[in-house]
Design a binder for this molecule. Structure first.
Ligand code: LLP
Length: 413
């Protein structure tokens, strides 16, 4: 559920008409709903309440400080993949003891910063990374807590760019190598084994691969316990999908069952890394019609948001519903909704049946809260959009639109 509704013919976010935001802040602008964000975090926390669980929001999905602050206040921990994300968590007063650090390519400087900060654990993805972390731990005179990310080799049945649990994927180490690597870590003075980790992919819509993966990592966890490793945390990653069009992902409660049931009795604290499910439908990208153009083959609607602002359609052929903020009466026409970027892939929506659109009409690109602004760029030297957070009948700009000075910061002619 979300809080973007049409009231008296005009789309609102909670109590605020989107047209008011466009008038005051301009377009393109990302608009997020506090009520949706808060609700989603609560639903995830409650669905796992029967089992000791730490929810670590995956910062990469939407890393705006205001969103992070809301989640920190709601008791969330954070799944980070860079020192930049660590700094974001610290800036909002997030609890660093609830931070897990993932990613196949952490630099030494990043490891040092995260050890110093006192994070919960590093999710280590290779033998060489384990050695590098050991070195950092020894240099700093501490034992850096780690979980090894294993690759359970299951087909998550999602887009090939966001499936991560197949044996051909760059992520994690094969399950069969796990025990030997933990054994190796025992001889390393700068490390302490804290947990075990996996993540099979994103936009998961089926609980079967989840159960399968949990059963496999549950077995590894048991083996490691039996061998005397003092593990306390089992990180099950993120990945629960959302509805963009016709997908029917499991509800959070069913997902929780699929995770918890195979792992019951292990005595582990579960770590969850949800991203998309918390923020995707809590955000829209608000954009304005610039021009319409008819060619013999197509009707185009050219809007002021492009692939640099929302990359998902161009990169994954992702479908986002695009809705008029105030629908006009009249016959629907099939149009391509395209951005201003000089690339043929800059299409936000192919062959969409849309009510009549005029210049300056506003459109909302739905379910854009996850991997929207966080994947934006300034390609074509387009300043990145503003971000707005709505709360009830008020809103505030939580990131100003990039200026031309921002755009060229650090460059020397
Ligand atoms: N944990 C790990 C280790 C991850 O790699 C990811 C996402 C997550 C958690 C969060 O997954 P989520 O709950 O959001 O599915 N840009 C793509 C998605 C890339 C996901 C990358 N990793 C998209 O726009 O669909």
């Amino acid at each position: 559920m979300n809080h973007f509704d049409v009231i008296d013919g005009a789309m609102h976010c909670e109590g605020v008409p989107l047209s008011r935001i466009a008038a005051e802040v301009g377009t393109p602008t990302y608009v997020y709903s506090t009520a949706t964000l808060t609700r989603h975090l609560g639903v995830v926390q409650q669905s796992f309440a029967e089992h000791p669980t730490l929810v670590c929001y995956s910062v990469k999905a939407c890393s705006n400080l205001a969103v992070l602050k809301l989640f920190a206040k709601g008791g969330s921990g954070f799944d980070i993949v860079s020192v930049g994300e660590l700094e974001r968590v610290r800036r909002v007063g997030g609890d660093v003891r609830k931070v897990v650090f993932a990613g196949v390519g952490k630099s030494e400087a990043e490891m040092i910063a995260a050890v110093r900060a006192g994070i919960l654990m590093f999710n280590v993805e290779s033998s060489e990374e384990l050695e590098a972390l050991d070195k950092v731990g020894r240099q700093l005179g501490v034992q850096a807590p780690f979980a090894l990310r294993v690759n359970p080799d299951v087909d998550a049945k999602t887009h090939k760019y966001i499936a991560t649990g197949l044996k051909t994927s760059k992520f994690g180490v094969p399950v069969e190598e796990a025990v030997a690597l933990y054994a190796k870590s025992k001889r390393m003075k700068g490390l302490v084994a804290k947990g075990l980790d996996c993540h099979i992919g994103s936009q998961l819509t089926d609980t079967r691969p989840v159960r399968q993966a949990m059963a496999r990592v549950g077995d590894v966890y048991k083996t490691l316990q039996a061998k005397g490793f003092p593990l306390t945390h089992l990180d099950v990653g993120g990945g629960l999908g959302v509805t963009y069009t016709t997908e029917t992902p499991p509800g959070v409660a069913d997902y929780a069952k699929a995770v918890i049931e195979p792992l019951r009795g292990l005595g582990a604290t579960l770590v969850l890394e949800p991203g998309r499910v918390l923020v995707a439908n809590a955000g829209v990208l608000l954009t304005k019609v610039l021009y319409r153009k008819k060619t013999p083959a197509k009707h185009f609607v050219i809007v002021d948001a492009g692939m640099n602002d929302l990359l998902r359609p161009a990169l994954y052929e992702a479908h986002h519903d695009i809705r008029p903020v105030a629908a006009r009466k009249g016959k629907k026409a099939t149009v391509d909704i395209v951005g201003p970027v000089c690339e043929s892939s800059d299409v936000l929506g192919h062959d969409r049946a849309m009510a009549p659109l005029m210049q300056n009409d506003l459109l909302a690109v739905m379910t854009a809260g996850a991997y929207g602004m966080s994947m934006s760029s300034s390609y074509n030297s387009r300043p990145r959009p503003a971000e707005v957070l709505v709360d009830g009948d008020r809103f505030r700009v939580v990131r100003t639109r990039e200026t031309l000075t921002d755009l060229m910061r650090g460059e020397t002619p």
